[in-house]
Design a protein around this ligand. Sequence first.
Ligand code: TRP
Length: 334
Amino acid sequence: MDTPEKKKVIFSAIQPSGTITLGNYLGALRNWVKLQDDYHCIFAVADLHAVTVRQEPKNFRQNILNAYALLLACGIDTEKSLFFIQSHVHTHAELAWLLDCYTQFGELSRMTQFKDKSLKHADNVNAGLFTYPSLMAADILLYQADMVPVGADQKQHLELSRNIAERFNGIYGNTFTVPDPYISTVGARVMSLQDPSKKMSKSDENVNAWVAVLDKPDTIMKKFKRAVTDSEAVVCVGEGKDGINNLIGIMSAVTGKTSDEITAEFEGKGYGDFKTAVAEAVIEELRPIQERFEDYISNKDYLAEQYRKSAEIALKISQRTLDKAMKKIGFLAK
Ligand code: TRP
C-alpha cells in the first residue's frame, strides 16, 4: 500500500526590527504564506537574536508584538503553521549553548555578518553577536527542518548550521536533519529606491531608500516619486537601468504581470507616470495588510492566544530533539 508522502518541514524566522520593508514582504514573507499549504511550516519571531544589539525595553516589547501581528496580517495562519516567539520556547537557548560547544571559533570568525556588525557596533562586540549563528542553528535543528527559506545574507549562516548538524551526527550518529536552503523561484529581490545597486534595507540612513509595509499611502507615493532612475526615459528592462529594472520588478511582483507586459503598457509614457503607477499598485497590495494589522494589534488577547498556542506545541516538538541530543552527549537523565 502506498503511504502518503510525509510533508517536509520548513523553518524560518524574522527579527523584530521595528520595520518590515516591502523587500522583506515581496522577497520572503509572501513566499512563506504560500509555503503553508505544501509544507509543515514553523515560523518564529527571532527576539533572542535581536538582543545582540542593544534594545530599548519598551520599544523592543512593542516591536516583538508588532512583528507578530504584521506577519499574521501578511497571511501567516496559525491553523496551518506554528508561529511563535522564539524566547517563549526555552529549548532554543538551551540547544544553542550545546551547539556552541560544537562550533569552532574559527568558523564563527569567518561569518561576514559578524565582521560587518562588529564594525558597525564597534562599542558592543558582544559574545552573543559572535555566537548568533549557533542560536540560528538551534532554531532550525530543533524541528528537524528539511528546508529553510533564506535570503542571500543568511546563506552563510545556514551553511554553518549544516556543518554543525553534520559534525554532531558524525560524532553521535543521526540526531539532526541536515537542512537544505529553500530556493524560491518567485521571490523578488527588491533593491534600494535611492541606490538600486544595493538591496532594500531598513538600516539604510536614507529613509527614501525603503518602503515599509506599514508606510502610509502618501509616504509610499512620495518615496516612489523620488526613486532614482536614469536619463533614458524609456520604461524597459536594460543594462545601466538598475532603478527602472527594480521598479519593473516591484510592479511585476505586485501585479503578476511580466516585464514585457509592463513595458508594453508604458510605451511612450514617462517615468513620472510609471512611478505613480508602481506606487499605486504597491499601496493597493499593502492596504488589506495594513487594515488587518490594525485589527490584530488592537486585540492583544487574540495575539497572546495565538502565540501561546503555537509555543506550547513548539516546545513539545523541540524538547524531543533536545532530549535526544543531550542523551547522546551523555547528560544524566532527569
Ligand atoms: N538571522 C535571521 C535574520 O536576521 C533570522 C533567523 C533567526 C532565522 N533564526 C533563523 C532565519 C532560522 C532562518 C532560520 O534574518
